[in-house]
Design a protein around this ligand. Structure first.
Ligand SMILES: [Fe+2]
Ligand SMILES: [Fe+2]
Length: 300
C-alpha cells in the first residue's frame, strides 16, 4: 500500500475519453483539477493507439496530484493504425510500463490510499475483462449468445481486435485476472473502504438499460457479482457502457463516468467531459452526485 498525505483536494473520475476523436482530445486539453491535491481516476478507453493513450495520461498526470488508470478494451485492441503491434498480455504489459514512466498508477501497482477529505479510502484500479457470462435472455452458453449476437449484428469489435495471447481465450484471461484480483482485494486492511475502478461494472444491473441487451456479453463477468458486498466498497467506478449515471446496488454506489463518442455526448443536456466527484461523496442537499468540474481555459 502507498499513501499520499493530502489535507485537501477531491477525488474525481472519468472514462471513455476516446481521444481518437478531435472533439474528445479537445475535452482532455481543457480538463483541470480544482486544487493541487486532486486525484483523477481514468476507467479505460482512453484511445486505441499507445501514443494517444500516453499523450492523454501524460497531459492529465501533469495536472493532477495522482492519476490512476484501469485499461479499457480499446487500449487492448491491436489496431491496424497503431505502430505498436503487440497483442494480449504483451500489449497490456507495455501499457503498464508506459504508465509507470509517467507515474500513473495501474492495476499492477500497490493500491494507493486517498487521505484527503472523505478518506482514508483505498483506490484499486482493476483489470478483469469479461467472460460472456452476461448472456442474452434465452441463451445458455457463450456459443448460443454469440450466434444470437451475430444474428442481430450487434457484435463487439473486440472479437477481431482484442487478442488474449498467450491465453487461449478472453474468458481464460478474465478468469486468471479475477482470481489474482480477488486475492489482492482480500488482503486490504479491515475497516479501510475501497474505491474499485474497472472498465466494466462489477455487477450486471447497469447493463439492464442497454439498447442492445446482447452487448452485455462484452460488459463484465458474473464472477464479480458479489464483490460489492464481499469487500468494503466505497464506490464502484466504471465506464464502457457510454451511459453515464449513478445507481445503487445493495446500498453500494455505482458510478458510470464515461464521456463517450461525440455523436453520443452531443445529444446530452450536460456539458461533455465533466469529471464525476467520487470522494468526498456529496451528501443530501449538496446537489447531484454527478456535479463536477472542468476548468475552462488557463486553469490553475
Ligand atoms: Fe468506450
Ligand atoms: Fe469500452
Amino acid at each position: 500500500m502507498t499513501s499520499t498525505a493530502a489535507g485537501a483536494g477531491q477525488l474525481w473520475a472519468i472514462s471513455d475519453l476516446h481521444i481518437g476523436y478531435d472533439e474528445n482530445r479537445a475535452l482532455v486539453e481543457r480538463m483541470r483539477p480544482e486544487s493541487d491535491d486532486d486525484w483523477l481516476l481514468v476507467a479505460g478507453d482512453v484511445a486505441e493507439t499507445v501514443d494517444d493513450v500516453h499523450w492523454a495520461l501524460a497531459t492529465l498526470a501533469g495536472r493532477f496530484r495522482k492519476v490512476v488508470w484501469a485499461p479499457g478494451n480499446h487500449e487492448l485492441w491491436s489496431h491496424p493504425k497503431d505502430t505498436v503491434t503487440l497483442r494480449g498480455v504483451a500489449r497490456y504489459d507495455h501499457l503498464v510500463a508506459r504508465c509507470r514512466d509517467l507515474g500513473v498508477i495501474t492495476p499492477e501497482d500497490p493500491y494507493p490510499v486517498w487521505e484527503g477529505p472523505g478518506g482514508p479510502v483505498a483506490v484499486a484500479p482493476l483489470f478483469l475483462l469479461y467472460d460472456y457470462s452476461f448472456l442474452p435472455a434465452g441463451c445458455a452458453t457463450k456459443e448460443e449468445g454469440l450466434e444470437y449476437a451475430y444474428g442481430t449484428g450487434v457484435v463487439c469489435a473486440d472479437e477481431h481486435l482484442l487478442h488474449p495471447d498467450p491465453y487461449p481465450s478472453r474468458e481464460a484471461w478474465c478468469r486468471a485476472r479475477v482470481e489474482e484480483t480477488e486475492r489482492r482485494l482480500a488482503g486490504l486492511p479491515a475497516g479501510l473502504p475501497v474505491v474499485l475502478v474497472n472498465h466494466y461494472p462489477l455487477h450486471r444491473h447497469p447493463t439492464d438499460v442497454l439498447w442492445y441487451p446482447e452487448f452485455a456479453m462484452w460488459c463484465g463477468t458474473a464472477l464479480t457479482d458479489d464483490w460489492h458486498r464481499r469487500f468494503d466498497v466505497h464506490t464502484m467506478v466504471y465506464g464502457h457502457l457510454h451511459i453515464p449515471r449513478s445507481t445503487r446496488q445493495d446500498g453500494v454506489r455505482f458510478e458510470e463516468v464515461s464521456v463517450g463518442y461525440p455523436r453520443e455526448w452531443r445529444k446530452r443536456a450536460a456539458p461533455p467531459g465533466r469529471l464525476r466527484r467520487i470522494v468526498p461523496e456529496e451528501g443530501p442537499g449538496t446537489g447531484s452526485a454527478a456535479g463536477a468540474v472542468v476548468a475552462e481555459g488557463g486553469g490553475r
